[in-house]
Design a protein around this ligand. Sequence first.
Ligand code: PEP
Length: 253
Amino acid sequence: MMARVPLIAGNWKMNKTVGEALRLVDEMLPGLQAVQGVEKLLCPPAIAIMPVAAMLEGKGIGLGAQNLHWEKDGAYTGELSTAMVAEFCQYVIVGHSERRALFGDSDLNVHRKVTAALAAGLKPVLCIGETLEQNEAGRAAEVLSAQLRAALEGVQINSAEALVVAYEPVWAIGTGKAASPEPINTLLRNVVRPTLAGLLGQELAEGVRVLYGGSVNAANAGEYFAQPEVDGALVGGASLKAADFLAITQAAA
Ligand code: PEP
């Protein structure tokens, strides 16, 4: 079995002007480049993608968008097409819980976005996660497998690297209440990877990277990366500080 290369992705959400984004990249770039054996990915706000792409050229650091639209082009005010994103990015975050909760990213739309991203050669970082209510009702496993099936049913990938899954319990995102590492590992081993195997076949599923996301910081990152099923992290708040994001990336090495 091929080892999965850890991936550390920073989701900057709606933070940083273009000027601030460029300063942050400048601050973190030398440190990130020095970390070996870890894939690094920055997902700035859409308006900063182009200038950040110019800064990252040839630096070995990936670039991702935070969203896209599944239609090729047309009257979709405010949206970005896959071709627009693919001109600069290798990755795109799809189905983030904030988009599911605030911007109408239904399971169907998440499926459309994953399909469109793959068709354009973009690697989706597919976010799944249960709410606090669902967690307390003991429904995490059911919710995660349903979200995976809805997003990936009928989807073909040619290689395991083409898809990344991010397990982000909604109650852990931006709350400082990081989930305990061992139960995360159990859920990934017993639910997420077997569901992926059912959808993609055992071999591809074994190679797909599954990240944890939710209040990951410089202090707790190592505990997640010590779990065999956790292949990296999708980092929100802590990705906005160069020293913290760097420390998380170093913890994955
Ligand atoms: C996220 O937005 O994907 C996330 C995990 O945020 P935070 O790290 O701030 O909890």
